[in-house]
Design a protein around this ligand. Structure first.
Ligand code: 6PG
Length: 230
């Protein structure tokens, strides 16, 4: 686990963008493709804009495949749909082909959407273990990550990879989310965490590895933290 602390969010984002591009180049060189999991929320928007603008000509985006680590169970044209934010800030500006984009079909019920999403991703990985190359994650002030919120059904030690429908009481809404095991199978994992309100959660996560009370602590492996708590 490596933590990179910055004085400003733009500096953190620029550094993370560079990291992603370097990893993408290495993966494309090695195996001809790059499987990138996007995160929702507000923190990644600037990152997506930089990737789409500053790095538009840096790599062959035609061999990059995009996924979303969690989704709100709302229509795909709803402002809260993470896939829409990803399209507007990254996928559309880069003219990514539809066949390279894997988003959640929220016209299905939450459970059906989770099953459908898992089946489509598994097919992309030829029915083998799903090992993404790079997974982006945010974190809330309650230490949730993706839609792994404290006290929810997905917040448990589960040795198997899964994509689950999860009802989040505090939000009174359904989510579809990767579980921690699926995320941890990623070659690289990078959190982008910005804001004073998240410092306590960050400190708790660092000092309580693999504690259900702090869901982001369930994320283990080749993990990088890009932070600004000013
Ligand atoms: C989501 C995200 C969620 C997000 C955190 C941080 O669907 O909202 O996946 O886990 O990353 O809530 O959100 P901000 O970046 O907006 O603070």
């Amino acid at each position: 686990m490596q933590t990179f602390s910055f004085n400003t969010t733009p500096e953190a984002i620029q550094s993370l963008a560079k990291h992603i591009i370097e990893s993408a180049k290495a993966c494309i060189e090695e195996k001809g493709s790059f499987n990138l999991v996007l995160t929702g929320g507000n923190s990644p928007k600037m990152l997506y804009n930089i990737l789409a603008d500053q790095y538009k000509n840096e790599i062959n985006w035609e061999v990059v495949y995009f996924f979303i680590g969690d989704e709100r169970h709302v229509p795909s044209n709803h402002k809260d749909y993470n896939g829409l934010m990803a399209r507007e800030n990254l996928l559309n500006p880069l003219n990514i082909k539809e066949e390279n984009i894997f988003l959640v079909n929220t016209s299905l019920t939450p459970q059906e959407a989770a099953e459908d999403y898992y089946a489509r991703i598994l097919k992309h990985f030829n029915q083998a273990t799903i090992n993404f190359d790079f997974t982006l994650l945010g974190m809330g002030a309650d230490a949730h990550t993706a839609s792994i919120f404290p006290g929810t059904t997905i917040c448990k030690i589960n040795p198997n990879e899964s994509i689950e429908a999860v009802f989040v009481e505090k939000l009174n809404s359904w989510r579809i989310s990767f579980n921690a095991t699926l995320i941890n199978q990623s070659k690289e994992i990078a959190f982008l965490v910005f804001g004073k309100d998240k410092l306590d959660a960050f400190t708790s996560v660092q000092s309580h590895p693999n504690q259900l009370e702090y869901p982001a602590s369930l994320i283990q492996g080749n993990v990088f933290w890009y932070t600004n708590f000013n």
